[in-house]
Design a protein around this ligand. Structure first.
Ligand code: IPD
Ligand code: CA
Ligand code: CA
Length: 286
């Protein structure tokens, strides 16, 4: 059985001295900050739905598309040989061994309604392994970032720069756990049944509306756990690294890594009991 994923080097230094990773981090921070500013300051007052995807409530706006273009243009200008996987269609193999996994706007429904919980999520993979993750949360003035093996950090207007560690694990019945619901009605109906079985066994459940923000909130000690079925690589790539580098464990069904079937992330003491309950309750199926 595969152990839950956790930081490779618990005694990691605070600052990266790996030139390649620090260059990737700087570029990811620049691209996420630019896109976040565009989304925050450029949001049209009459913002409308440009298209729908898996269902009529799975929406895309012109700003999702503009933000992805800004991110890929920013990265390509410096690193023309890198690959891309972006939610809004960016797709390129690349030849450098680096691939950028991008959700230009995670939490589009919140953004559409003017709610503040949305983010820009950018991860860099090196030969398939995530080495850098950046999540910008513009309406909070926060930017989360992690380099593999070197810890997770956040910069914020009201907190300054700080090293992230998830909070001490409580007993499961005192755990605050976030989740999300799919855009397809039948799927979310089953997800609601799972949540209904889980909620009496926890402190409470939250539904924030951005998977990347949920994972950063776990890293920052603002949640004890998070789970969701139906996520795509761009939803979790950056946040998964940030959570693990802050000391959280992440996985899927028992013995498996996070996947579209199930993503579970939690403080070390909450992870295994939460994962077991989710597996028992069928959180991994529709
Ligand atoms: C969604 C958000 C939401 C989660 C959905 C995602 P989007 O991403 O992360 O919290 O529950 O599963 O699809 O569509 O806003 O990029
Ligand atoms: Ca998303
Ligand atoms: Ca998105």
């Amino acid at each position: 059985m595969t152990a839950p994923r956790h930081p490779a080097h618990p005694d990691h230094p605070v600052h990266s001295d790996h030139p390649v990773h620090s260059d990737l981090l700087a570029l990811a921070r620049q691209a996420a900050t630019r896109a976040g500013t565009l989304l925050r300051d450029g949001r049209p007052a009459d913002l409308a739905v440009a298209a729908t995807k898996s269902s009529p409530i799975d929406v895309v706006t012109e700003m999702d598309i503009a933000a992805e273009k800004l991110i890929t243009d920013t990265i390509s200008a410096v690193r023309p040989d890198d690959g891309f996987l972006g939610e809004e269609g960016a797709s390129a193999e690349g030849t450098s061994g680096i691939r950028w996994v991008i959700d230009p706007l995670d939490g589009t429904v919140n953004y559409l309604y003017g709610l503040p919980t949305w983010s820009v999520s950018i991860a860099a993979e090196h030969h398939g392994e995530t080495v850098v993750g950046v999540v910008a949360i513009p309406m909070r003035g926060e930017l989360f970032h992690a380099v593999r093996g070197e810890g997770a950090h956040a910069t914020g207007a009201w907190t300054g720069e700080r090293r992230l560690t998830c909070r001490p694990s409580p007993p499961l019945d005192q755990a605050l756990v976030s989740t999300g619901f799919n855009y397809v009605a039948e799927v979310r109906a089953h997800q609601a049944e799972v949540a209904a079985r889980l909620i009496p066994l926890l402190r409470d459940i939250r539904r924030g509306g951005s998977a990347a923000v949920d994972l950063c909130d776990l890293a920052a000690g603002r949640l004890d756990g998070y789970y969701e079925r139906g996520l795509n690589p761009w939803d979790v790539a950056a946040g998964d690294l940030i959570a693990r580098e802050a000391g959280a464990h992440t996985g899927g069904r028992p013995g498996e890594p996070p996947s579209p079937a199930l993503t579970v992330a939690a403080t070390p003491g909450v992870f295994q009991p939460l994962q077991t309950l989710l597996d028992d309750f069928g959180a991994w199926r529709d």
